[in-house]
Design a protein around this ligand. Structure first.
Ligand SMILES: *[C@@H]1O[C@H](CO)[C@@H](O)[C@H](O)[C@H]1NC(C)=O
Length: 221
């Protein structure tokens, strides 16, 4: 029960830490690969990234499918978006068309909490459509993220010590009870021995009286 409570407190602290850390975290695109162009043969696609309510960001160099495009994160159109708080955004990759409506490679709830890897990477992948790697180092709860392991180890140690202490106490009590019982037994034995000696003394006394002829019987004769 105290362990469960502990985890809850840790979780709350962790969540608080996240909401503190994620104050306008920038998201950059590290790499992208599209698996289809959504275009008629011959024409190049115009692929853009968009989060609802924000500007469309056209990926200028992306021309071919089945090719991985890698970026430095400092390109003129970067960063892709920002997370002012821990709230998710509705974002997606689209192919722009002039005549028909835009095609969707993938659209999803993009959340800062998805950046759980220590290197700040998050891979968004839709089968046969798109595979994109994002970076948001500010989204990752870095410094305290590394701590939980040693902390739980300490917790384990604590448990260990508690068990050792408990066993020590129990052993002490048993030893004390054992000693008390032994003392009692010794006292009883001693009393019995004393009693026996006393009785023996009495009998011996009778014998002496008999010998001297001054016993109760002898006296009346
Ligand atoms: C997506 O891209 C990442 C990074 O380049 C790569 O490690 C991963 O294998 C790719 N996944 C798929 C399904 O292509």
């Amino acid at each position: 029960m105290p362990r469960g409570l502990n985890s809850w407190v840790s979780l709350l602290l962790f969540l608080c830490y996240i909401c503190e850390v994620v104050s306008t975290a920038t998201v950059t695109l590290k790499s992208i690969e599209i698996f289809t162009t959504h275009e008629f043969i011959g024409s190049d696609p115009t692929v853009y990234f968009n989060c609802k309510g924000e500007e469309k960001i056209i990926l200028p160099d992306l021309r071919k499918a089945q090719v991985e495009y890698a970026y430095k994160g400092q390109e003129s159109w970067q960063p892709l978006t920002e997370f002012p708080n821990k709230k998710c955004k509705r974002c997606g990759f689209y192919a722009k068309h002039t005549i028909k409506s835009d095609d969707v490679f993938g659209e999803w709830e993009f959340c800062p909490s998805e950046f759980t890897r220590s290197d700040g990477k998050y891979i968004y992948s839709v089968d046969k459509e798109v595979n994109a790697t994002f970076i948001c180092e500010e989204c990752v709860p870095h410094p305290q993220k590394a701590d939980p392991a040693p902390k739980s180890e300490n917790e384990g140690n604590g448990m260990h010590w508690a068990i050792v202490a408990l066993i020590s106490i129990i052993v002490s009590i048993l030893v004390f009870v054992g000693l008390a019982a032994a003392y009692k037994y010794w006292q009883k034995k001693k009393r019995q021995k004393d009693q026996a000696r006393f009785l023996k003394l009495f009998e011996d006394g009778d014998d002496i009286e008999d010998e001297l002829g001054i016993g109760p019987l002898g006296g009346s004769v």
